[in-house]
Design a protein around this ligand. Structure first.
Ligand code: UD1
Ligand code: MG
Length: 482
């Protein structure tokens, strides 16, 4: 770790005046976190029954440190390589390193790979030495013929490895997109390919494709409805939706990372509920599995948020958005709680549905729909699509635009002859500005993050409490995992 006493002010010409080394305080804090995490890891090894969850926490702390330092150090390298973007909502549009989510993804993948032996430690010992005694020496001929590891949970290892393959695939796609700006329609379906390893493992390992029918509909449809192959289509749709939906709720400093951290925290909270139930509970293992993937994600994301929050020093890139979305898909498909994930993505679902007129070309969609920066007031205002007298929306679309304008779901500006002059762009961020008036960039990011957290907490409440009005049981309190 490099440190200089005045390094917060140090910069190279390529770094655009941004710090590229760690300040003394930062270096000391990171060194302390590193020492604490290493001490915890060493202690975990000494325990007779090592706890994988504690090891995961310690590795997540190390992932935070590594991501923090690398983001700082690699900024100038990224700028020199031309991987950069202009910070559009500032008086001075500085060029910032783009694709820092790629750095986080690499650190994250290394952390989850290093973690592999921890959850399987007990199984490895039990399977290789018999009776769980690691001191028992294996007979030579046994080793030569290959081990007969019938007691090793290969299915769990397969789940873990399939998750890593999916995450690596999506990181590749994201980095490709950040480097070459792949067209929207080309990259849209790629998460579905990245999800294939997950779906195969789901098919082999779990294979449940039925959904529980609400009590009120059970007289007509029965207790369970088997969706068969449709269930896989649904999971592939979640895999496509989650990464893309985070990428389009974007464009102001900090919002991509902040929303992802809130979702990861809420998923972790949901996982922790299952750790409190008496073991063995059928869902405990899948929620532990989910925590092993979420904790290091939180580690690297917090380091990224520190650098991406207003005023941003780096951009996260599409890599981060896709990667974050895929982490949620991985844990929720392999943990068998994809419907809970959908509940936590309500702002993203709204933003996507609201965006459809522009995404499907009914209303022109500019390259950037992020809010418009007013340099005079230093505040953000809704960005707009311009209409000319010669280029007006078709009659049914004009009718919908006027209706949305009347319902205050869109800002519509008309000229004296009732022709469209401007309509605000169809994003949640712009709509929030229509409702709340001009806001500073960090204030807007904070309000949307709080909204995400509030809706998510309500979603979890619905999942565990209100759902009992329409379903017979919640798997948290009983033991069904459908
Ligand atoms: C998505 C959105 C686009 C939005 C963009 C912003 C859709 C269909 N696409 O496109 O409307 O403008 O994200 O990320 O909804 N930037 C900032 N400040 C920030 C974050 C980004 O100025 O806080 C700018 C920078 O110039 C950066 C660029 O946005 O280089 C990144 O855009 P990119 O992620 O490539 O856009 P898309 O994901 O394609
Ligand atoms: Mg993007």
């Amino acid at each position: 770790m490099t440190s200089t006493s005045n390094s917060t002010r140090s910069s190279s010409p390529l770094s655009n005046g941004l710090p590229t080394t760690l300040s003394r305080n930062e270096a000391l804090s990171l060194a302390t976190v590193t020492a604490a995490c290493v001490a915890v890891l060493v202690n975990v090894f000494r325990e007779p029954e090592p706890s994988p969850l504690i090891a995961s926490l310690a590795l997540s702390g190390l992932a935070f440190v590594a991501a923090f330092a690398l983001i700082r150090w690699l900024g100038p390298t990224f700028l020199r390589a031309g991987i950069k973007g202009a910070d559009l909502s500032k008086r001075v549009r500085r060029e910032l390193p783009e694709c820092m989510g790629g750095v986080c993804a690499v650190v994250y993948l290394l952390a989850v790979i290093v973690f592999i032996p921890f959850p399987f430690y007990k199984d490895i010992v039990a399977a290789t030495s018999g009776g769980g005694n690691k001191d028992v020496v294996l007979p030579v001929e046994h080793v030569q013929r290959g081990r007969f590891l019938h007691r090793f949970p290969h299915s769990k290892l397969a789940s873990y490895l399939s998750a890593i393959i999916s995450l690596q695939s999506i990181a590749l796609l994201g980095i490709g997109d950040d480097l070459f700006d792949i067209r929207w329609r080309h990259k849209f379906f790629i998460p579905a390919f990245a999800a294939i390893p997950l779906l195969v493992v789901y098919f082999v390992d779990f294979g449940v494709t039925s959904v529980v029918i609400p009590i009120q509909l059970q007289p007509y449809l029965g207790e369970l409805l088997d969706l068969g192959a449709l269930y896989y289509v649904y999971m592939a749709a979640v895999a496509i939706f989650s990464p893309n939906s985070i990428n389009i709720l974007a464009g102001i400093n900090g919002i991509e990372v902040a929303q992802s951290i809130v979702i990861a925290l809420l998923l972790s909270l949901n996982d922790c509920l299952y750790l409190l139930t008496p073991y063995p509970h059928p869902a405990t293992d899948s929620h532990l599995f989910s925590l092993y993937f979420l904790l290091p994600f939180l580690g690297v994301s917090l380091a990224l948020l520190y650098h991406n929050w207003y005023p941003a020093r780096v951009f996260v890139g599409d890599t981060y958005c896709y990667f974050a979305g895929m982490v949620f898909v991985v844990v929720s498909i392999l943990g068998h709680f994809s419907k809970t994930l959908v509940l936590l993505l309500v702002p993203q679902i709204f933003n996507f549905l609201y965006s459809t007129p522009q995404l499907f070309g009914l209303v022109p969609c500019p390259r950037h729909r992020l809010p418009r920066f007013n340099a005079r007031t230093n505040l953000l205002e809704p960005s707009v699509t311009q209409w000319t007298p010669d280029h007006q929306p078709k009659a049914p679309i004009a009718w919908v635009l006027r209706l949305l304008g009347r319902l205050r779901l869109l800002r519509v500006t008309l000229d004296d002859e009732d022709r469209f002059v401007e309509t605000s762009n169809f994003t949640l961020l712009n709509l929030w500005l229509v409702w709340r008036g001009p806001l500073r960039e960090d204030r807007l990011a904070l309000e949307i993050t709080v909204l995400q957290a509030a809706l998510g907490l309500f979603g979890l409440f619905v999942r565990h409490r209100l759902a009992l009005l329409v379903f017979k049981a919640d798997n948290w309190s009983l033991g069904f995992n459908v």
